[in-house]
Design a protein around this ligand. Structure first.
Ligand code: PMV
Length: 301
């Protein structure tokens, strides 16, 4: 699918993907490397002509209708009059999958298309950050940057936000299992900080693991990568960001034959990602257990 399409009656539609952190969360806050991917799920913003003031016509995102931040985000990007905004998303909200970053980039792309032009990467990142700040105050800058670029990316923290470099990654049979709970990133990052220096060796071990796994990511060595996921999860548990719900889903995925599994994002809830030789088998088992689950691929950069 193209990021931007034009429809009848002056409509424009823009899509932007969500993201997952595959490896290295939390350690990345202290200068270690991490790996993120844009996923083939995301947010679509459609703009259509309306009479009168611009407004959100429909937002198919749980909890979004009536959220003043959504109205403020729209007002920051579209003209004050004449634009109706419809938003649809296939991302779970509040699970570390970058739903507001995807909304930000889709909105910037749609607003540019409304003016008859295409937003380039720089514009998506600059203006996307303005929108992200409306939702999150002081976002790390990762979500909307990954959304704007697409693909798989290695990243480190720089003084002005994440420093991203494209990464070659083989096709990965990834399944997302949702705990159904929202983890609060700021609280979890603060909790890890408060446990330093005791957790520093675990953070360094996560960093070393990420570097060691780059060749397996490139070649698609799933057994090695799976063991790495599970080891990363053990270290995340050691620094205190896992929960019984996350541990239960990791154990479930492994019992179902996953190569490995870990939380993805800040933890405290959110989603678990599993690498499974037969994703459909894991999806079926998850459905039987009543666990919301879906498979994801990389949205190309
Ligand atoms: O759950 P998310 O997508 O907000 O990811 C947080 C990732 C951390 O490493 C825990 C924090 C950060 O700023 O990198």
């Amino acid at each position: 699918m193209d990021a931007v399409t034009r429809g009848p009656g002056g409509r424009v539609q823009a899509f932007a993907p969500g993201k997952l952190i595959l490896l290295g969360e939390h350690a990345v806050v202290y200068g270690h490397p991490a790996v993120a991917i844009a996923v083939d799920r995301g947010t679509t913003v459609e703009l259509s002509p309306v009479d009168g003031p611009s407004r959100v016509l429909r937002a198919d995102i749980p909890g979004a209708e009536g959220d003043p931040r959504l109205a403020a985000a729209v007002a920051s990007q579209v003209p004050a009059r004449g634009v109706g905004v419809t938003i649809r998303s296939t991302l779970p909200v509040g699970r570390g999958m970058g739903s507001s970053g995807a909304l930000a980039v889709a909105l910037v792309r749609a607003a540019a298309a409304w003016q008859g032009r295409q937003a380039d990467l720089d514009e998506c990142i600059q203006r996307g950050f303005q929108v992200e700040r409306i939702f999150h105050g002081t976002p790390s800058g990762l979500d909307h940057s990954v959304s704007a670029r697409g693909g798989a990316l290695a990243y480190r923290r720089g003084p002005d936000g994440p420093v991203l470099s494209p990464l070659q990654v083989a096709a990965l049979p990834l399944v997302v299992l949702d705990t159904g709970l929202a983890g609060d990133t700021a609280t979890l990052v603060a909790a890890v900080r408060a446990r330093r220096p005791a957790v520093d060796p675990a953070l360094a071990a996560i960093g070393a693991l990420v570097t060691a796994l780059l060749p397996a990511l490139a070649t698609g060595d799933l057994p090695t990568l799976g063991r790495g996921f599970t080891e990363n999860q053990r270290l995340l548990q050691a620094i205190g960001v896992s929960t019984p719900e996350i541990e239960a889903l990791v154990a479930f995925a492994l019992a179902q034959g996953a190569h490995g599994a870990k939380l993805a994002g800040a933890g405290g809830g959110g989603v678990v990602i599993a690498l499974h030789p037969e994703p459909d088998a894991l999806l079926r088992a998850a459905r039987e257990r009543g666990v919301p689950a879906f498979s994801v691929g990389v949205w190309p950069g």
